[in-house]
Design a protein around this ligand. Sequence first.
Ligand SMILES: [Fe+2]
Ligand SMILES: [Fe+2]
Length: 402
Amino acid sequence: MTGERAAISIRGRPRGRALLNQRGQRRWEFNPLVRSRVRADDEVVNTPTTATARARGIANFEARGPLSAQLLSALSLSPEEGSEALDSFPSEIDEAIASASSVMTDDDLQLTLFILYGLHYGGVVDADDRWEWNPTTIAARVAIETAFERELRAAVTLPELPVPDAEAVAQALFELTADDGGPSLSKFIAAKASREQLVELVAQRSIYTLKEADPHSWAIPRLGGRAKVAMVEIQADEYGGGRPERMHATIFARMMRAMGLDDTYGSYVDNVPALTIASFTMMSMFGLNRRLRGAITGHLAAFEMTSSIPSGLYARGLRRLGYGDDVTHYYDEHVEADAVHEQIAARDLAGGLAESEPQLLADIMFGAAACLLMDGLVGQHIFTAWSEGRSSLRLPLEGTDV
Ligand SMILES: [Fe+2]
Ligand SMILES: [Fe+2]
């Protein structure tokens, strides 16, 4: 942040001069001197209008309710100026959590958590960097995380715990991640999905995959010995093994461009449902909390153990529809890479951590089961929508070259 700020525009009530956004819609530029609280029916947009924001490739996305609107408004200001705008934020978060039927599927809570994690990742909102460790934004993050974690722990069924040795833990993880025989999104993609559906899928996946590996990398300094070495070995591959053009996130971005999609991070936040955001916020929560290092380890293990075969099916579906190697490269790469990663992740990473810190065994299995639960819910959401002839997206994609 260099002193320039993103303009926050508010539709609903005139508070400043009118301007047109990039979609040609009339909006109102927020006047930060007007201190009145943002109402639920205002539309607040994260609109990067400064040269700095554009150079950083920060995308537009819209608030989904009073919490995300209030947060985006405050983040357009310095922490000194914006803190006042967040006076009622803690109590409003508590109220939203109390009234939400599910934190996992609540649009406003999930987008708010996504923005708060964005302060740690960077590249999500054009905010003063000092907001990252602002007491109010941290407290908000912890409040939503606490409710989200409670909900996840209630939803996940833990398997019987193995003894804490590497081989037994690996075996338990392989059993847990074995195909449950339910409807398979990847088989549908290989055999039947349309071009439009595959473009939609890649837009859904972009919320995590353009930041592939980053949520798990938060855990590296929180591990030690064999588990740390295993995590670094996997992540080194994810980050291209010394070659920037081979970073998995970079290969994914190339695939997006080749499919006519915008590879700016967050371009499709508006389009995806809360559940898709939740799959990313969940792993960010596991990675960013040292006490959850068991969960992020189990999550990565399950993620790697359920990737190789579906990746081959995704690549087959893309080829069936006429896409070339520039598009299939990402999934081709994961067929081989994740067949190796799953072995390291199960034995050395998860198994190694269980041996050195046996008290984390339950959380290792929790993280793995939570990964499967979330993947299952997202997959089921997409599969059900497509089976009923609907899009799985919250808003349709605009201007894609399908
Ligand atoms: Fe990868
Ligand atoms: Fe991998």
